[in-house]
Ligand binder design. Structure first.
Ligand SMILES: O=P(O)(O)OC[C@H]1O[C@H](O[C@H]2O[C@H](CO)[C@@H](O)[C@H](O)[C@H]2O)[C@H](O)[C@@H](O)[C@@H]1O
Length: 822
């Protein structure tokens, strides 16, 4: 949701706005409501997908009016991002908004009101009982989650601002999110709708939605910061929340920092790594790829322009300019909350006047404080502090007719607000933390487009900007400051006021170019396109829900995937005369997380029973070395072993080891090993595994982020130094491995060798019964019937290679961890 500053400013533009045009007649449940009358869908083109925009509040305003239906005059709130984003969506795509009513109208809840709002505004209200809504919003959201996302830890129960985590409030949060899912369930057509969820209030919603609609197309944009994982991990239900985001298909953030903190939380909490492919960041999660998008929200240029061009605004600009003639005017506009740093800004203003006496009597900071959005001691504290500091500074430096800090914390008309923006030579945003903060964007546009000051004057601007707000990276011409350093902010204000006009123009031009091209429509279009892209494979995949409650997730598998059924497998097994059974070891025969990696006596006994059947050929397939495997499986006389991914093969305990003739020359190790050694020394917790045929660098025990970063670097490094060697360098789960290049060959004695080595060294998680029939000289056709596969861990999902270029025909291949061993 946009800040009130913007909201108020845009009231002007919205004042004459009629309800949204052309609603379709009401059809419930599964409603398609039309957003705009423009460009009717041609009969040949498929109907555009409906966009379902879900936000805590509907983009509506309500004014009590006894004469109006339901006692309220409802109008569109064009200051909200939820409404503004429509300008970026396909013109003829239907849009439906889902959210709660404006607080003032909450008591008006009824089915009739729902029908009315749906028909007239494409808005479908979610009704929350008032006590639940209060606990959800003022309790969990505003006094736990919001402060924490802004780096405020509730260190003591009486901390100002942040309440300690309370499970009962969390349950209210979940109940409210579930109520949103209930509403969505009434109207959602998963094949025809794109769902776009907004902000931290609805963090849990993707899980509730995914549970009901495994193939729903779900995007989520977090308007707040995503804090460093050190902070995020203090949340007792952190896994629930991260998993919930991963139940979306596309997760959007304003900045790279927020995205990287999220990726880090995924890595540290769930062991998930990400990949960057063709410019997109993707996290593999149980066979689904969750795309991470980074793009800050922009402003609504059209609406701002209509504000600027309103005659009342021009009058107000002239009034303000006249009132501050001869002064050096700076503007600040902030919501009243703990993070906007209003008190610190006032201290900086005081410091400016202390350090630069020549500015006394001249420099003025007009600070507009928007009405508080929340309630409590924290909000009161911010208000009291702002008033106290400004009063003190004004008493110290003010003179008759000169007030250094003008604090406007009562009602300010949108015209006045626009006028202050347009008239000020500098805008100061010194929030200590903010998701984005669109104030500098608005300021830039008003300075550019307001011509009430004459042609030239407004075409320059300077922004003093906190480096802890999301818009900072996009405004490279701003004077960036650490808002906690009063002296630095004071010096930045001074630099702004002294900046040569030519430089002010250059900085302004740069900002205006960015802000006017990266507006809210641009952002919405881009998110919408990426969401469609992220969901394009939904219908060609099979989905299974697993896990309970907030741990719920969906496993997505390829179209050829067949669920193993005992009814199918057992008869098939019985009918087969000649079976090849390939058993992956780590993670399949042995659980991935077992401390003792040696096979249990039960495993040995099961293997021996399988081997007893003369129709069976049983192989253990592993990336482990032959000595270790020989020792472990010494009790299994008839068991075949493929060690080091098939580099060594043995048909039974007493048969000799056959060595692949791939490589007799291991000189490349002399190059690879010192490089790996370098990374091992530099990466605490990493180690090298020496195999006869391969070298593997493990970083499972290293810091996840650093280990993964080093692995990428090592891969690159090894590929370079080994470019001319007959080896393959690859990354797996927590490993970087160098193997000889694979070439298949005829087995001595004529028969085909067992096809056992995954050439990519991946943990397969597949056990297969193979029937092998000769189909011609030297050729064998395989009929594979996998008999068992289970992997709990999330990870990459790839077809398991049993034979060059072929994939299991009926394979149940669940996502498996890629380890260096198997
Ligand atoms: O106060 P809430 O109802 O909980 O809403 C939270 C804030 O939402 C909006 O700000 C957020 O989105 C903005 C646009 O992406 C972004 O600029 C800002 O940094 C985010 O915090 C709203 O503008 C704020 O007033 C709300 O406090």
């Amino acid at each position: 949701m946009p800040s009130l500053s913007c909201h108020n400013l845009l009231e002007l533009a919205a004042a004459d706005e009629a309800p949204l045009p052309s609603p379709t007649p009401l059809r419930l449940p599964r409603v398609m409501s039309v957003a705009s009358p423009a460009s009717p869908t041609s009969p040949s083109s498929p109907a555009p997908l409906r966009r379902v925009i879900v936000s805590h509040r509907l983009p509506l305003r309500a004014a009590p009016d006894p004469a109006a239906p339901f006692g309220f005059a409802f109008t569109v709130d064009s200051g909200t991002v939820a409404y503004q984003l429509r300008s970026g969506l396909t013109a003829n795509a239907p849009v439906l908004h889902i959210g709660t009513l404006p607080a003032v109208a909450a008591e008006a809840a009824s089915d009739e009101l729902s029908n009315y709002l749906l028909a007239n505004f494409s808005c479908l209200p979610v009704y929350l009982p008032s006590d639940l809504h209060h606990r959800f919003y003022h309790g969990f959201c505003k006094h736990y989650l919001w402060p924490l996302l802004h780096y405020l830890l509730p260190l003591t129960p009486s901390s100002l601002g942040g309440l300690p985590f309370q499970r009962t409030l969390y349950h209210s949060f979940l109940s409210a999110n579930r109520a949103f899912a209930d509403r969505l369930t009434e109207v959602l057509t998963p094949d025809e709708d794109l769902v776009w969820i907004h902000d931290y209030h609805l963090l849990a919603l993707p899980t509730f939605l995914r549970k009901r609609f495994p193939r729903a197309k779900v995007g989520f944009f977090l308007h707040s910061p995503f804090p460093s994982s050190e902070i995020f991990r203090t949340i007792p239900v952190r896994d629930d929340l991260v998993r919930a985001l991963l139940n979306a298909d596309l997760v959007g953030f304003h900045t790279f920092d927020y995205a990287r903190h999220f990726l880090s939380a995924c890595s540290r909490l769930l062991g998930l790594d990400y990949q960057s492919k063709r410019g997109y960041i993707g996290i593999e999660y149980y066979g689904r790829t969750v795309t991470v998008k980074i793009l800050p929200v922009g402003i609504d240029m059209g609406q701002l322009r209509s504000v600027v061009s309103a005659p009342e605004t021009g009058d107000a600009v002239r009034r303000v300019t006249e009132a501050y003639k001869g002064r050096r005017l700076m503007i600040g506009v902030d919501d009243v909350d703990l993070f906007k740093g209003i008190g610190l800004k006032f201290l900086a203003m005081e410091q400016l006047l202390v350090d630069h006496p020549e500015l006394r009597g001249r420099a003025v900071l007009v600070q507009i404080a928007n009405p508080a959005r929340s309630e409590g001691r924290d909000v009161q504290g911010v208000q009291d502090e702002a008033r106290a500091i400004s009063a003190r500074v004004n008493a110290r430096f003010g003179t008759p007719g000169y007030t250094p800090i003008v604090l406007l914390d009562g009602p300010v008309t949108p015209q006045e607000k626009a006028a202050y923006y347009a008239a000020a030579e500098c805008c100061v945003v010194s929030a200590v933390r903010d998701g984005l903060n669109r104030i500098p964007y608005i300021y830039t546009v008003l300075r550019q487009e307001s011509d009430a000051l004459g042609d030239d004057t407004p075409k320059r601007s300077v922004i003093v900007l906190s480096e802890f707000v999301g818009c900072s990276p996009s405004l490279s011409g701003a004077i960036r400051v650490n808002p906690w350093s009063v002296e630095s902010v004071a010096e930045a204000m001074n630099a702004a006021l002294r900046m040569p006009e030519a430089e002010q123009r250059l900085r302004h031009e740069k900002h205006y170019k960015y802000v006017s091209t990266h507006d809210v429509a641009y952002w919405a279009r881009s998110f919408d396109q990426d969401l469609q892209r992220a969901c394009k494979d939904h219908f060609s995949r099979r989905h299974w829900g697993i896990g309970f409650g907030m741990s719920f997730k969906v496993v997505a598998l390829g179209p050829n995937f067949r669920r193993l059924s005992v009814e199918h497998i057992v008869p098939s097994y019985r009918r087969t005369e000649n079976r090849l059974i390939l058993l992956d070891y780590d993670g399949t025969v042995m659980p991935e997380n077992s401390i003792d990696k040696a096979p249990s006596s039960e495993v040995i006994s099961v293997l021996n029973r399988l081997c007893e059947d003369p129709k069976n050929r049983v192989f253990i397939v592993s990336g482990r070395g032959k000595d270790e495997l020989s020792k472990w499986f010494a009790p299994c006389e008839k068991l075949g072993i493929a060690a080091e991914h098939g580099y060594f093969t043995r048909w039974s305990r007493d048969a000799p080891w056959e060595t692949s003739s791939l490589a007799a020359d291991f000189d490349w190790k002399k190059t690879a090993e010192p490089v790996m050694q370098l990374y091992t020394e530099a990466t605490d917790g990493s180690s090298i595994e020496h195999k006869e045929s391969a070298l593997v660098w493990h970083h499972q025990e290293a810091d996840p982020d650093f280990g993964s970063c080093q692995a990428k670097e090592l891969l690159d490094h090894l590929e370079n130094v080994l470019a001319n060697e007959p080896v393959v360098v690859k990354r797996g789960q927590h490993i970087v491995e160098v193997n000889p290049q694979v070439r298949h060959q005829q087995r001595r004695g004529g028969g085909e060798p067992p096809v056992v080595h995954g050439q990519d060294g991946e943990g397969a998680g597949l056990c297969a019964v193979h029937r092998r029939r000769p189909v011609g000289r030297g050729h064998v056709r395989e009929h594979r019937v996998p008999v068992q596969c289970q992997r709990e861990a999330p990870g990459h999902q790839r077809g398991v290679r049993l034979h060059r270029g072929q994939e299991a025909e009926h394979g149940q291949v669940l996502p498996g961890r890629h380890g260096g061993r198997d």
